[in-house]
Ligand binder design. Structure first.
Ligand code: ADP
Ligand code: ADP
Length: 224
């Protein structure tokens, strides 16, 4: 029983010459897992995350999200599945600067068809979970980098997705702030969230229960 399953996935970017970014990747993520994807720059980590998140279709192979074969879905159905089942966190936060913290988090429920009042109520709940309740009415420009990433994380988990995919969530933060974000990620996982995160920080990855190591578009070791 997997939240997410990849079977023989390849991805070749359509360039001249073509760029093979994934060369046959198979692995699965069980409910409640906390997985680190590690490997050198260019090894295919971001591509893997994009394919897992259905932001990119694979060139071949199977991607199953919550038991559903993504290839069978239209782009529209895929957007809906993504909105319901997947939360994304990126290195660059991607917050709307003119909206408040609360509105940014509530936007995580926009495509799930939740009425506005309910969106704001659940946004406040999610902000509580990430320790930012008192920043709800601030604009992102008035809070720190670590707080911005907490907002992005609250937006990713507000819909209680089946899986959270994070691409270098500590990559733009100093090491102390990064450590506190890692602590938050562990807390959310302990509370039941299934999380896959990319990191190039071997020290961070070593402290997580499972590491998937990539090299040249392949998974070279999968511990745990
Ligand atoms: P990372 O920091 O994970 O190594 P990259 O710097 O490789 O990420 O890539 C950052 C973004 O740019 C990603 O969204 C990736 O898909 C895109 N990208 C990377 N390489 C290329 C490329 N050769 N052509 C177009 N887009 C690329
Ligand atoms: P990583 O995240 O480990 O740095 P990426 O998945 O970003 O690796 O990149 C894997 C390979 O695919 C690299 O050679 C990169 O340049 C290439 N690549 C990534 N994104 C794109 C893209 N959108 N278009 C073309 N090539 C890309």
């Amino acid at each position: 029983d997997s939240v997410l399953e990849l079977d023989g996935v390849t991805k070749v970017y359509d360039e001249q010459p073509p760029v093979p970014a994934l060369r046959g990747v198979s692995f699965c993520v069980r409910p409640g897992a906390l997985v680190a994807i590690v490997g050198p720059s260019g090894s295919g980590k971001s591509t893997l995350l994009h394919v897992m998140g259905t932001l990119e279709r694979p060139s071949s192979g199977v991607v199953r999200i919550a038991g559903v074969d993504a290839a069978r879905l239209s782009d529209r159905e895929l957007s809906l599945l993504r909105a319901r089942e997947i939360g994304f966190v990126f290195q660059q936060f991607f917050l709307a600067e003119h909206a408040t913290v609360r509105e940014n988090v509530a936007d995580g429920l926009l495509y799930a068809g939740v009425p506005a009042a309910e969106r704001y109520r659940r946004a406040d709940e999610a902000l509580e979970r990430v320790g930012l309740a008192e920043r709800a009415s601030f604009k992102p420009t008035r809070i720190s980098g670590g707080e911005r990433q907490r907002v992005a994380i609250a937006r990713a988990v507000v819909g209680r997705p089946a899986i959270v995919l994070a691409d270098e969530p500590t990559g733009n933060l100093d090491s102390t702030t990064g450590a506190s974000i890692m602590e938050l990620i562990r807390e959310l996982n302990a509370a039941g969230a299934t999380i896959v995160m990319i990191t190039h920080d071997a020290g961070l990855a070593d402290r997580l229960p499972r590491q998937v190591r990539m090299l040249d578009g392949r998974v070279i070791s999968d511990c745990g």
